[in-house]
Design a protein. Structure first.
Ligand code: ADP
Ligand code: MG
Length: 238
């Protein structure tokens, strides 16, 4: 399960309200992309969902349960950070095992999940290597592997490919989409890249100055942008 509901959620930093009251529902299994220009609040919104920031007001529900005050580790969500968040001195296997070790999962179960994640991510031959011996794309896959083994209700990605060069980015986009098909788990993916949004999303949430301009499928936004901002951002001819 992985249905996430935001009900009149706001966020202020000091006197500055960066998220005015916002309502949003993300359906179980959906690939939702938050898109919008730099500074529009994409990361803040994702961090609120993850619990890495406290909401100023409003409610966040995960699978119907009020999670507004739930600490990040107990929300059952996995945030995928950029590849540099790996431990350089640990092997790929140990990097992937780390969150399970912290959660007290027994070793047999750890190994089962590692093998299964490695298979899904084509990392089976790299488990004993250190992150420094991997390519950028492989390191990114390890970061995703570390999220998969926690069997989260949803994956949260914040511009995970921004450190990779253009060619690798295209490949990784396809891999993440493939993974979404395989796992059928809710994914929320933040990007300022329209192409990424249009090619990966089931549902796109277009943000501007902390509020939602429009929500819809890539085709809906392309054919029926609500205003010039959305049209300009999505690159449609309106
Ligand atoms: P995006 O990810 O879309 O680029 P952010 O969510 O990072 O945007 O930022 C949205 C707004 O909130 C920006 O104006 C940013 O300066 C502000 N902001 C983000 N985090 C903080 C913080 N910890 N303290 C103060 N202002 C912040
Ligand atoms: Mg950001």
């Amino acid at each position: 399960m992985g249905r996430i509901t935001l009900d009149k959620v706001t966020k202020s930093f000091g006197a500055t309200e960066v998220i005015p009251p916002l309502d949003l529902t993300i359906e179980d299994g959906e690939f939702t992309v938050f898109v919008g220009p730099s500074g529009c609040g994409k990361s803040t919104l994702l961090r609120l969902i993850a619990g890495l920031e406290d909401v100023t007001s409003g409610q966040i529900r995960i699978d119907g349960q009020d999670a507004t005050m739930t600490p990040p580790a107990k929300r059952g969500l996995a945030m995928v950070f950029q590849s540099y968040a790996l431990y350089p001195h640990m092997s790929v296997r140990k990097n992937i095992a780390f969150p399970m070790k912290m959660a007290g999962i027994d070793e047999a179960e750890q190994n089962r999940r590692i093998e299964s994640a490695a298979k899904a991510l084509n990392l089976t031959d790299y488990l004993e290597r250190k992150p420094g011996q991997l390519s950028g794309g492989q390191r990114q896959r390890v970061a995703i592997g570390r999220a998969i083994v926690r069997e989260p209700a949803a994956f949260l990605f914040d511009e995970p490919l921004s450190n990779l060069d253009a060619a690798l980015r295209v490949g990784m986009r396809m891999e993440i989409s493939e993974l979404h098909k395989k796992l059928a788990t809710t994914m929320i993916y933040v990007t300022h890249d329209q192409v990424e949004a249009m090619t990966m999303a089931d549902k796109i949430v277009v943000l501007r100055s902390g509020h939602i301009e429009q929500v819809g499928s890539p085709l809906e936004l392309y054919h029926s942008p609500r205003n010039l901002f959305v049209a300009g951002f999505i690159g449609s001819p309106k």
